[in-house]
Design a binder for this molecule. Sequence first.
Ligand code: H79
Length: 582
Amino acid sequence: MRKYCGSTLFVLFCFACSVGAAAPEEPQDQRNQRMAWWREARFGMVIHWGLYAVPAGVWNGKRVDGPGEWIMFRGRIPVVEYERLADQFNPPQFNPREWVSIAKNAGMKYILITAKHHDGFCLFDSKLTDFDVMNTPFHRDVLKELSDECHREGIQFGLYYSIMDWHHPDYLPRGKDSPRPWDTRPTEEADYNRYIEYVKDQLRELLTNYGDIAVLWFDGGWEHSAEENRATEIIHLARSIQPNIIINDRLGITQDFNTPEQYVPAKAIQENDWETCMTMNDTWGHKSYDQNWKSAENLIHSLVGCAAEGGNFLLNVGPTDGGIIPKPSVERLEAIGRWLKDNGESIYASAPSPFRELPWGRCTRKPGQLFLHVFNWPEGNLSVPGLRNPVLKAYLLTDSNRSPLALRRTEEEALVSLPEAAPDPIDTVIVLEIEGEPDVFLLPIHQREEGSLKLEAMDATIHGPNARYETGLDKGNIGFWTSPEDWVSWDFRIDKPGTFIAEITYACGKGAGGSKYEITVGDQKLKDRVEETDSWNDYARKSLRAIQLSTPGTYTLSVKAATIPSSAVMNLKRITLRPVDG
Ligand code: H79
């Protein structure tokens, strides 16, 4: 059994890597057909609703830190006490028509709901437990009503299901030396295999009684190995009942899509489909006092960011114990919906950006079209760097007359002449009609306006057997740097020569410090020793000596390790070259 290791390692286990067996053998075209609606959808809703909506972040008059749906854990609430919340679950304003219409107006194409979260409470009529919605004063099968409404309205319906279950007597671990030492229910009689049977029986109920289930979104599988969770067996069962179902990766084995949580990957996860899940404030389950709302602009940029990297965006709502989606959530969803109504063509069924990075925003595409999402409106011309294709026409997506914007091009860029003010300050979309498949050359990294150079992990050329680029929450670094044959380099261009201070940003876990490394540019060398930071995700910035880059031109900077006394050299995030004045 995997031991609980605190949040840092937890993140590593749960999100950074999905290990184990690959997705089942399936002909590629069948998989493409099965995934087609999901890839086109780009935008969905997840609903976190359960008993935790009743305390809404407050227990015995005190605010409990952490996400609202974790209150049982963070508040160390005994099972018998938490169970009593069921007597208070009676949402007078529950109205699935309202929820579905909110999602639809936001431009969302699918809805998932927590059939069971970590607290073990079932929002559906389960014959296998009394800890379900039928044993509350409400006594209505929420899943039935919501799934019926979704199916009526042409919205794909899916389920969130937590393997971790703080309530079920057979779920382990608990007690001493577990993540829940305060849960002192005896464990002698508990049987994890019997718990997995319960999971399977519940999935049989869920996948049989609610019509088409489009998505199965597992969570909380990280306290056990995929073997202990009998992941292959569970997945086989699900697919045998619902052959078209789309399943995520959180049973610990790679499936149809990966699930970055609370961030948009800077660089596409190319090996698999993926979906970023995100909250609008800092909680999934409703918290009465969490007012830390992201702006509609920020959320639209995340949606576009996902589409531009080829992923979906799953945005959360946490209805109150009355059954209401909080007003700030509705307002944001309305704003996203308005934007999508005008610009949806650039999002739904779009393909990812052919560019590495665009200084002004993002790009999505369709055959013959590039959609330039301008977040930061430049003065005069918009530069589309590195585009080789002939450009036939440019116009604003919202302009029904498609009046052409003036175009110019050089060998290195296409230039679109822009109106003075951004028609949509959040994201104005410009359509570029191009000839042929997008053909883009990546320009060498060059100096920013103030003369500095940022050599980011994501732009590095990685050499050697082990080192690789890692994406993830708090990540975006070169990791697994475990061999002296691993090294990295960047090519860049200097237009404004001079003296530069080199700065390195890295993390290095406890006990792994001490590697000696060398930065080389031309015939100049900087030598240094890696110092530990608090963890492999805790980045520190360190200034090194100055280097001279005295003539304009192209340079290569490389980083090599001379000694690796422990497991790995460092998690390298970036090297900055900062010009020294005068
Ligand atoms: O359902 C939502 C979350 O409840 C669930 N996944 C999303 C979709 C989730 N479970 N765990 N996590 C997300 C990340 C957990 C972080 C943890 Fe913690 C850090 C667990 C313990 C320390 C956050 C802080 C939760 C409790 C304290």
